[in-house]
Design a protein around this ligand. Sequence first.
Ligand code: TXA
Ligand code: MG
Length: 316
Amino acid sequence: MPAEAPDTAALDEAARVLRAGGLVAFPTETVYGLGANVRDPEALARLFAAKARPADNPLIVHAADPGAAWTVVARVTPLATRLAARFWPGPLTLVLVASADVPAAVTAGLSTVAVRVPDHPVARALLQTSGLAVAAPSANRSGRPSPTTAEHVVADLGSAVDVVLDGGPCAVGVESTVVDARGEVPVVLREGAITREDLGLGDDAPEGDLQASPGTSHRHYAPSCEVRLAPAGEGAALAAALARGGGRVGLVAPGPAPEGIVAVARVADAGALARGLYAALRAAEREAVDVLVVEAVAETGIGRAVMDRLRRAAQG
Ligand code: TXA
Ligand code: MG
């Protein structure tokens, strides 16, 4: 899906709002972010309030290029330089030792900071035009599915956001891969579109410490309906069985929904499920289903990130 071209007047206004301490929601290739000037503690406080985000969950700093990203980093490791050269702009977030002058709201008081250069024309233009490094969590209310369209942002945050830049639906659909890049090999803290294979990691690679990425321990991606994971090929059967027990049941699967089941989304493969998952969770709410059955995909490539998010959604 081609991202929409940035509109100069809208970008200039959004950049002005950011510099003045306002909140700007903008599209990235992964999900929409809610941006605030990383150097403005008052703007950061408004950002946490708008999302109802727990203060112990640190933010990702978005920058126009690696040089701008490194302004919030105390030690740029050879690994970080290599990963940035290979994957930026793109859906990879690097955790590094933070500069002493990064506000505590950004790092949640940790000694580290997360940085990324997003790959979306609107995000890049906003970062360039504003000349700022921008702290931007996903632009949802805390605990809700991440937004992959401007409409999702407005539905969750409404007037708490000063400007929403609309760049159409996000191309990837799940959040960036977060890796600790302080050492010699990347340690994955959150799965995403840049896969372990991309990073040259085998299945025996060291696992990230959950404590090292506080956001992964919070309740996440949960719609108001129950989410049930079905093994591949068994979604329709599970949905039909659940519907026989009463209640309104929705299905997200590659195949058609049986009679009496709400066809929430048909997704051919893991990439399509990544793009459509959060919209499907929101659609299931609108359809007022009691249970949403989602068919599992293979845990290779982006399928790992999708299954990670699905399991969290299924936990409620
Ligand atoms: O794709 C994305 O990453 C999107 C777009 C907007 O860029 N952003 C996003 O931000 O997903 P958010 O705030 O929803 O998730 C940030 C994740 C959380 O799991 C948080 O704990 C982790 O990054 N994180 C941030 N700073 C960290 C740090 N210093 N150390 C470890 N994990 C960190
Ligand atoms: Mg988020």
